[in-house]
Design a protein around this ligand. Structure first.
Ligand SMILES: [Zn+2]
Length: 400
């Protein structure tokens, strides 16, 4: 054992792990920023006698949550006001992007980052982290820096910007209505792969691609020139496949009103659907048919989306739980996986995040836990419906 390593034993009543069962009377042992052991508490205290011991009663240790679609820069903008619909938000955030200084946006992102951490989110796929290039935030990591590309493709934008990082990750345009198809095709041809993209945020988007009409079509026509699609498409993937070759593992965001055919394509592509029900309901009054997503065994993730970090990822999980006729306990387990293990895999960080396991980052939450149960499904249900965060540990540091 390396004497220089700072050792800590984290003892809670229950540990959420990704084995079939939960662990009771176990401890997590960390050294610096890694988990080095998970073993019964008595054995841990013997084996690592020189450690700092943290004891938490009526508590559970769970992996930190991963938010697969956020907009930190909008946190301050949306802190005090809820927009009545998607279009109002798009106009306001467009103005905000155009009129704010980089400092203002950085400040808003910082507020968002802190709120997000307080909600137990240890990793965010943040659309506008492009503004920070590859800067890493203290304590929380913002992945997928999506750089603003202008010169490499010879494309210039005025109000619309296409964000991506070609060399390391691939392409992450925000949505169909932020970038015109011609540009998108060109960018797809250049990028290694597509990482993440909105599709079907509301039903008017479907109307736009099907019939070239409807409220989103009219909005885009008025606000930008991006209303023009030169063909009628019945499915989103027909449209997308005209422009790029889908690679596995893309994170498609929203997916409200997708056709069965689109959902089957996501499944066949081994891609993910990131659900943002709280944002959807606030902006459009509709959200995904969660029963269908479960029945089709789609790998889903969760995102906070439009109100920056003013939305809590757990309240999104609660909305999904309330909108299904499947077994709630079984589903709670699936949702908790979506927030942790599935998300870590989707962002390519399954070796360091997503579960409480030896070798992974010492990044986890200590949550209050009042209803002991031996059933993992019931424990998951209690975490989502009544768990309160007591402590947040990121890379071995107590940060909350
Ligand atoms: Zn978004």
């Amino acid at each position: 054992m390396n004497a220089k390593k700072r050792l800590a034993i984290w003892n809670a009543d229950i540990i959420w792990c990704h084995a079939k069962n939960i662990l009771t009377n176990y401890s997590v042992v960390t050294a610096d920023d890694k988990i080095i052991d998970v073993l019964p508490t008595d054995a841990a205290k013997n084996k690592y006698s020189k450690s700092i011991v943290y004891e938490f009663e009526k508590s559970i240790i769970v992996p930190g949550f991963i938010d697969c679609h956020s907009h930190f820069e909008l946190t301050s903008l949306h802190e005090f006001y809820r927009y009545s619909n998607l279009f109002e938000l798009m106009i306001a955030s467009g103005q905000w992007h155009r009129n704010s200084s980089l400092d203002d946006i950085v400040k808003s992102c910082r507020v968002g980052q802190q709120k997000s951490i307080n909600n137990g989110i240890v990793y965010s796929v943040d659309w506008v982290s492009c503004l920070f290039k590859k800067e890493r935030y203290v304590n929380s990591k913002i992945v997928l820096p999506m750089l603003e590309i202008i010169d490499p493709l010879g494309i210039k934008y005025s109000s619309q910007k296409l964000y991506c990082d070609f060399d390391e990750y691939g392409l992450a345009p925000h949505s169909l209505y932020m970038v015109d198809m011609k540009t998108l095709s060109k960018a797809f041809a250049y990028a290694n792969k597509l990482i993440s993209m909105h599709i079907a945020e509301d039903s008017s988007e479907t109307l736009w691609i099907n019939k070239h009409c409807g409220s989103l079509f009219e909005h885009c026509k008025k606000e930008s020139s991006i209303s023009c699609i030169n063909k009628y498409y019945t499915n989103f993937f027909d449209l997308l496949s005209d422009s790029f070759c889908a690679s596995p593992g893309v994170i498609y965001v929203h997916g409200v009103n997708l056709t069965d055919c689109d959902l089957d394509t996501i499944k066949a592509q081994k891609s993910y659907l990131c659900l943002c029900p709280e944002s959807n309901l606030a902006l459009t009054g509709e959200t995904v048919d969660f029963n269908k997503i479960i029945k089709k065994h789609i790998d889903f993730l969760l995102g906070t989306d439009s109100y920056g970090a003013n939305y809590d990822i757990i309240s999104n999980a609660q909305i999904l739980l309330s909108r299904t006729d499947c077994d709630k306990y079984f589903l709670a387990n699936k949702i908790l996986n979506a927030l942790t293990k599935t998300a870590a895999k989707a962002i390519g960080l399954e070796n360091c995040l997503g579960s409480v396991e030896i070798g992974k980052n010492a990044t986890f939450l200590i949550m209050s836990y009042n209803n002991p149960s031996k059933s993992k499904d019931v424990v998951a249900y209690n975490i989502i419906t009544s768990g309160k965060i007591k402590k947040i540990i990121i890379d071995g540091e107590v940060i909350y």
